[in-house]
Design a protein around this ligand. Structure first.
Ligand code: ATP
Length: 323
């Protein structure tokens, strides 16, 4: 688990967030505090890697005065921004992000229970500021841990022999950004190439540590797609001896290509697993609303996105917020 010193120093507020709840308009404070049946509202953006969750979270946060809580277990760490697809400051458009890029690479692994407690504190704080909490990220086991009323750290929600509870502790609006699998896979392959071109290889080279090479017991950021896949390459060609690509021989190019192909395949597997888990939650009574982002994904078009995914989400959100 996480070191408690890190948690107490950086993340856990010193006063109970409950004490900072502000009254909703025209409702006396005492009534709000007494009314235990009134759950906090949260928006949850789900979807496979590469489907457009981050984009939707920013679009909705800017329109509905929201703040974003990351629910990607790998993006919780500092470093490997290209490899883990972390949104840059300019892409965040001034929207506050929580639980993103915080933990040092060797800070241990955040358990679902720890995520549940940190993210619920963020929700209380955001709600107390009069803002809307928007949860966005691909780790469905974190999302599950955060939202269920009774969380059991000993059972994995997605193992086949357990049934998933739909008794949730927040009033949730679930938006699922979905892309038809063949289109998504093609898009993910291209994205891997783009990531490599924008410096993923150099980032992996400087992160490479022979101590972890070939290890079966990786934790946290050391499990990021890209790191295990490039082990063989860096064992054969240690980063300090990297020459210019133009000087690479055929054998070296082949080992590199193999690593990149493995990244593509593992990214597809991750996407498939994410879609499966979202379907499991949906079939266990979570009211997840699917938005088809297929038309906007291939050749990215702001116009198509705005008219389809964004317009539909805004409609759903308007209904959710007046309830
Ligand atoms: P499990 O319960 O099996 O741990 P999970 O839903 O809790 O699954 P995921 O978020 O699906 O966890 O992540 C599983 C794995 O997918 C990670 O360990 C990592 O290898 C890879 N992965 C997930 N997100 C990213 C990312 N942003 N960048 C790189 N790799 C990622």
């Amino acid at each position: 688990g996480l070191t408690s010193t890190f948690l107490s120093r950086s993340l856990v507020p010193t006063t109970s967030p409950r004490l900072r709840l502000q009254p909703r308009s025209a409702v006396p404070m005492t009534v709000v505090c007494m009314d235990k049946s009134r759950k906090e509202k949260v928006v949850v953006i789900m979807g496979a890697t590469g489907s457009g969750k981050s984009r939707l979270s920013i679009d909705l946060a800017t329109r509905f005065s929201g703040e974003i809580i990351n629910s990607d277990k790998i993006q919780f760490y500092k470093g490997l921004e290209i490899t883990t697809n972390q949104m840059s400051i300019s892409e965040r458009c001034g929207v506050p992000h929580h639980l993103l890029g915080l933990l040092p690479p060797d800070g241990g692994e955040l358990t679902p229970s720890e995520y549940r407690s940190l993210a619920s504190q963020s929700i209380s704080e955001i709600t107390a500021r009069g803002k809307l909490p928007i949860i966005a990220g691909g780790s469905n086991s974190y999302i599950h841990a955060l939202l269920v009323n009774r969380f059991d750290p000993l059972t994995h929600p997605f193992s086949s022999d357990t049934s998933i509870s739909s008794d949730l502790r927040y009033e949730c609006c679930f938006l699922w950004v979905d892309v038809a699998v063949p289109v998504l896979f093609e898009h993910l392959s291209k994205r891997v190439d783009q990531m490599m071109e924008s410096g993923m290889f150099e980032e992996l080279a400087s992160f490479y540590n022979p101590i972890y090479a070939g290890s079966k017991n990786r934790t946290g950021i050391h499990k990021s797609i890209g790191i295990p896949e490039f082990d063989r390459y860096f064992i054969l060609y240690p980063p300090e001896r990297n020459h210019k690509v133009s000087e690479w021989d055929q054998a070296r190019k082949a080992v590199y290509e193999e690593a990149v192909q493995e990244i593509r395949e593992n990214t597809w597997l991750l996407a498939k697993k994410q879609i499966e888990r979202i379907n499991m939650l949906k079939s266990n009574g979570w009211e997840i609303q699917r938005l088809d982002a297929t038309p906007s994904i291939g050749s990215w078009s702001r116009e198509i996105w705005d008219k389809t995914v964004l317009a539909e989400s805004v409609k759903i959100m308007n209904r959710f917020l007046v309830k």
